[in-house]
Design a protein around this ligand. Structure first.
Ligand code: ZN
Length: 424
């Protein structure tokens, strides 16, 4: 058990200590008893023998005001909240963890992008060009080395690299199982756009002469099963709308696909475009999945990564969700919360640690293809570099992919190999 000393105990300090333990891979507790043996202190004063870190301001307030971030160095690593005090760690480590994990900067910036999302360019990490470094993982790895040196009996193993492919199923099938109205609408759209090739494809698939291009599940399951890689699927079950275009949630083929995949994998909800604005919508979509799989749905990722803090996470908690996978950028790869590892959600409005676990992802297929306009070769190279970084750091590489990008269909022709090169 890692013991951390602080002059005062607050909800923020308690949360930061628990999350430091989680990132390090061990249990950690906060104590205000200066007579106890401790491993680390918050601030320059504390029990003899403990490593000292910089004094904290952010952990001992309840305010949520914009903070001007000052960057400094801890040997080779960039850090925030530097201190001039003589401490073993030249910055407020626990405060810095709290700043990034609580997503403090998302509460104090009101600018949003055209889908109502927090824009990446407002992140201090992005402004410094550091978003592709799992900075918190690197800090905790360095701390682990210092702790082992100072306390040889303390056993804290470095976490091992883990690859976790996850799939958002926005459109389970390209042409089939959409119902007569949308099928006729699809043909009408093809003719209106003079896209006769697509109309012919659609016709061939509907007559059973060709497989549906988005139906890649058997291939994907076989591939990942052979590689021994666990995977997660998130299904969009929203009512049809401008941004929600899955086959109807009542479709027997969709329901059977979900049940089939749920036999061997974790299956979650992909709450639709409007779910982050309306609790009732969120609730009904989670219930749809629960009814299909026959047990409570507990994992989730927001469609279009639309979320607002803390409201969306609080809605998910109300719906019984225990893990959310939305934490990441739409327009670039990287670590939105500074870590590749899961962490607990802290509600800054109520100033309390909550039960939801936030699982960050590192990169989305559409980011590489549409936002960054990379070629498949460039995308593979980008993923190779990120994998190398995470292997070194003992991080977790959560990928956000879609069945569409594995289809070799339309804009995704030539992209299956990008995924294959990332997981092989
Ligand atoms: Zn989606």
């Amino acid at each position: 058990m890692l013991k951390i000393y602080s002059l005062k105990s607050t909800p923020r300090a308690g949360y930061a200590v628990r999350e430091l333990g989680r990132l390090l891979g061990c249990a950690a507790m906060l104590t205000t008893d200066a007579g106890q043996m401790c491993h680390l202190t918050i601030g320059p004063e504390g029990p003899t023998g403990a490593l000292t870190s910089g004094p904290s301001t952010i952990l001992f307030t309840t305010e949520v005001q914009p903070i001007i971030i000052e960057w400094s160095r801890w040997d080779d690593l960039p850090v925030i909240f530097p201190t001039s005090a003589k401490t073993d760690l030249p910055f407020d480590l626990l405060g810095a963890l709290f700043f990034f994990l609580s997503r403090h900067e998302e509460y104090t910036s009101y600018e949003r992008d055209n889908h109502g999302r927090f824009p990446a360019h407002l992140c201090t990490m992005v402004q410094e060009g550091l978003e592709e470094m799992p900075l918190l993982d690197l800090w905790t790895n360095k701390l682990r080395t210092l702790l082992k040196h100072r306390f040889p009996d303390l056993t804290i193993e470095k976490p091992r690299f883990e690859l976790v492919p996850t799939f958002d199923i926005d459109s389970a099938f390209a042409y089939t199982n959409k119902g007569p109205v949308r099928t006729i609408g699809g043909f009408a759209r093809d003719f209106f756009k003079l896209d006769f090739k697509n109309a012919c494809n659609r016709w061939a698939v509907l007559r059973g002469k060709k497989p549906d291009p988005y139906n890649i599940y058997e291939w994907l399951e076989g591939k990942l099963e052979t590689a021994g890689v666990a995977r997660l699927y998130f299904f969009l079950l929203a009512d049809f709308g401008s941004f929600d275009k899955n086959v109807p949630h009542r479709s027997p083929e969709l329901r059977s696909l979900i049940r089939h995949l749920a036999k061997k994998n974790r299956v979650g909800i992909h709450p639709g475009y409007l779910s982050s604005e309306n609790d009732d919508i969120m609730h009904s979509e989670v219930k749809r999945l629960t009814d299909i799989i026959g047990h409570p749905a507990c994992i989730s990722r927001q469609h279009y990564l639309r979320m607002d803090l803390p409201e969306t996470y609080e809605s998910l908690i109300k719906c019984g969700i225990t893990e959310d996978y939305t934490m990441g950028f739409a327009d670039r790869p990287g670590f939105r919360a500074g870590t590749s590892r899961p962490f607990g959600f802290f509600n800054l409005k109520t100033n309390e640690a909550r039960s939801l676990i936030v699982v960050p992802f590192v990169c989305m297929d559409a980011t590489l293809r549409f936002y960054m306009c990379l070629s498949p070769e460039e995308a593979s190279e980008k993923l190779r570099k990120m994998r190398h970084t995470l292997e070194k750091a003992g991080g977790r590489m959560v990928l956000l992919w879609h069945n569409e990008s594995l289809s070799e269909h339309g804009p995704w022709a030539g992209w299956r190999k990008v995924f294959e090169s990332a997981v092989d």
